[in-house]
Design a protein around this ligand. Structure first.
Ligand SMILES: Nc1ncnc2c1ncn2[C@@H]1O[C@H](COP(=O)(O)OP(=O)(O)OP(=O)(O)O)[C@@H](O)[C@H]1O
Length: 378
């Protein structure tokens, strides 16, 4: 059990700044997710905590104690690497057992056997214990690496994309297992992924990282509903959020959004227009997720905007429907049995009450309607 803190961490590799003034406080027993694109710096953060990489600037603290000069083995962290890092000459059994045979955390063989059996059955590799890593599949190697990480009771689990190489079904299963483990383990976990579903479903909180910088730290709801900027908004969610410029028009004391080549403006909710006006924002962009728009093949009422079907992409239990409205492509979530022809006439309705507003000048988030209620804060 441990609280982990990174204070003003900067890590360089030659001229490349891999981590740029990173500040994170992971609470005791928290499941904390590091989420970002390739090369963002996620693995480097784990290595700095583990003591495998040393930052040029800043402090790493475990339970309020600076561990910058504590060697990796003595930090009592358990790390699972994306590339497994198994001992090739040891059986799956001995690989999983290895942390319990190290001089620092030694257990008796009876305890080791029980623990290996428990973890191997959880990972569904109990029939492979006699094999060498070269005699099992990639997914099975990945589960061995995860199992080896779980046999100890460390201060913190550091997991680098531990289920990235599993097939979709097994990944889904392991995600549920990890979630279950999280509640029973009582151990702080820092988990790297670039899969947003994994981030949202597992993380108590998520840090979104890009180019060595933290863009936002928050709960799944916070980063999904109120992304700190357009990058975060685009990076989380499928299909990608629709983002486009609007023109603000004031009439009879009300603020309207002119958009998508329409002549009539869309009323902006009062709480949102208050924030826009008091902040003096002139250039504003709007963000609408695929569920924040609906469609119909007939013009139900004047609020429906005419467009044409641009593409239809079924993805399992839903369809991504792309509609061209005056040259602006809008991505919508539609039912999986949708029948639509390319270029067919279609009408879109925008749920303005669900729109997010961004500052077009710096691409930072401004506000959305009912924000406090949505986030469950007073
Ligand atoms: N040992 C190293 N020497 C030089 N550059 C490195 C080293 N380790 C990492 N980097 C660079 O630092 C940056 C951050 O790398 P890091 O592995 O932390 O990213 P990541 O977010 O984990 O990416 P991925 O999702 O691809 O694993 C990258 O540009 C990477 O090329």
């Amino acid at each position: 059990m441990a609280k982990i803190e990174l204070c003003n961490i900067t890590k360089r590799f030659g001229s490349l700044t891999a981590l740029d003034d990173i500040n994170i406080e992971v609470k005791d027993k928290e499941f904390f997710v590091l989420f970002g694109p390739a090369g963002a710096g996620k693995t480097t953060i784990l290595k700095v905590i583990a003591g495998i990489e040393f930052p040029e600037v800043g402090e790493v603290k475990i339970n309020d104690k600076n561990v910058n000069y504590v060697e990796p083995a003595k930090r009592n962290v358990s790390m699972v690497f994306e590339n497994y890092a198994l001992y090739p000459h040891l059986s799956i059994y001995d690989n999983i057992a290895s942390p319990m045979r190290s001089p620092l955390y030694k257990k008796d063989e009876e305890t080791i056997k029980k623990e290996v059996q428990r973890v191997a059955s959880m990972m569904k590799i109990d029939h492979l214990l006699d094999r060498l890593p070269s005699q099992v599949s990639n997914g099975q190697r990945q589960r061995t690496a995860l199992g080896r990480c779980l046999v100890r009771e460390p201060n913190v689990f550091l997991m680098d994309e531990p289920i990235a190489h599993l097939d979709a079904k097994l990944r889904h299963f392991m995600r549920a297992e990890l979630k279950e483990m999280q509640s029973s383990f009582d151990t702080t976990t820092i988990y790297v992924t670039h899969d947003y579903m994994e981030a949202l479903s597992l993380g108590d909180r998520i840090a979104i990282i890009n180019e060595g910088k933290i863009l936002q730290i928050g709960t799944g709801d916070e980063v999904y509903l109120t992304p700190a900027n357009e990058f975060v908004a685009k990076f989380i969610g499928e299909p990608e959020i629709n983002l486009f410029d609007i023109e603000l028009v004031k009439q009879d004391g009300m603020l309207y959004a002119l958009m998508l080549g329409q002549e009539t403006g869309y009323a902006i909710e009062k709480d949102v227009s208050d924030v826009i006006e008091s902040g003096g924002y002139q250039n504003v962009r709007i963000g609408l997720r695929g569920n924040d728009l609906t469609f119909s093949f007939k013009q139900e009422d004047a609020s429906y905007i005419e467009g044409k079907v641009y593409s239809v992409e079924p993805i399992g239990n839903k369809t991504i429907l792309v509609i061209d409205v005056n040259g602006q492509l809008l991505r919508l979530v539609a039912p999986n049995d949708l029948k639509a022809n390319l270029d067919e006439q279609i009408f879109v309705k925008i749920k303005m009450e669900r729109a997010m507003f961004f500052n077009a000048d710096d691409h930072k988030y401004i506000y959305r309607h009912n924000q406090a209620e949505l986030l469950g804060v007073e």
